[in-house]
Design a protein around this ligand. Sequence first.
Ligand SMILES: [Zn+2]
Length: 438
Amino acid sequence: MRKLFLSIALLISCVFNLEAGYNLSSFTLKNGLLVVCLHKKTTPIISFSVWYKCGSAQDAISKSGVAHYLEHMAFECDKREFSDFLESVGAESNAFTSLRSICFYEIIPSEHLEKIFEYEAKRMTSITIDDAPFLSEKGAILEEWSMSIGSSPDGSAGESLCANVFNRTAGGISVIGWKSEIESLQPQDLLDFHKAWFAPNNAIIVIVGDIPDLKKIKNLAEKYFGNIPKKEILRREEDSSRPSCVKEITYASPKVSNTSIEYIYHVPFSHLKNLRKSLALDLAISVINQPDSFTRKILEHDLKKATSVTFSYTKGYFPYDIASIGIESSSLNNRSDSEKICTYLLKKLLLSGIAKNDLETVKKQKQLAMAYKKDDIGSIAQHVGHLLSNEYSTEEIQSMDDVIQSITVEECNDALREVFSLDPVVISKVVPKGYDRD
Ligand SMILES: [Zn+2]
């Protein structure tokens, strides 16, 4: 099955009840830096992450990939002295870039907390980019491009989908960027991005685990970040309106043997502004994808066995959220076949809705998944940091699990109808070479 957007969707749909063993506290420095601490008495290990509220949506025109490139190069800011230190204490560290944020994180023994503050403050204030590491990193990034897009049918289809559907000036490009634009990026482009976006008032620090008392954290934050001046942040508007016409994209590849077609729908409500409705849609789609649910059995009853159908919901990856129906089949010969399946499925789904029992099962699964994950300080840091960098409040994050448990089957079905009653905005096909186009 195509998993174009699945990893992002999963990342966002994990649920944690932060009341379960965590004490959440937060403070903001005078320069606007928000520090959120989730304290839990465990082994003396902490997860430290810094989230900059800037991602590929803020790449300058014709300089796509600059946010991601900077993420790679920001490890070079002290000639790898810090990387060597992290290695010597057995720490785990990494970074990633998304549409709206760049995150750097470390998982380290608590005793090294001060060193992390010191280094992350350095990364915020200054980076130097020498030619040799810049060029060698460009090679690594182009290799990453080749693996995730150039030689991947799904990646290539996703890239052309971004370019065709979303406004180029508002995130209409994959995070890694266009190959030709990555090739032409210069060190100064990265320095300009750093200068514009790396500022205390555009950042959030999330510390999770066995952290010392809040007073000590406040002192360290003040000592290392307190004197960094705030900057004026000029954020580009994102265009989240529904496109006026349906676009169809076909990508033919000799690497695939089955035809897969994805019907992509504009979600008229944002997960950032309408949390409850977004969680209802999330639950509904989880129910539909359950292999044994009553809903699923009804949907698949008349379909050929060789046909697989997956629903997905992708939040925060494009200027507007999308939901999709992916259909893959070896016997799918042309568009009218898939259209018949899609129309049939939706008619049944919108008429019957999901079943209440199935919803209760999914809620229990989410609760159980949370029970497993609550001990994983890294996962909790990712979850909380992601939501905070998307402007959720700490109160909203803390109450999220209770909200999920209170959502009714009617709310789920209303959310499904709101999204899937209108036509899709994109039909994206990945087909074997020699596919019968009609
Ligand atoms: Zn990368």
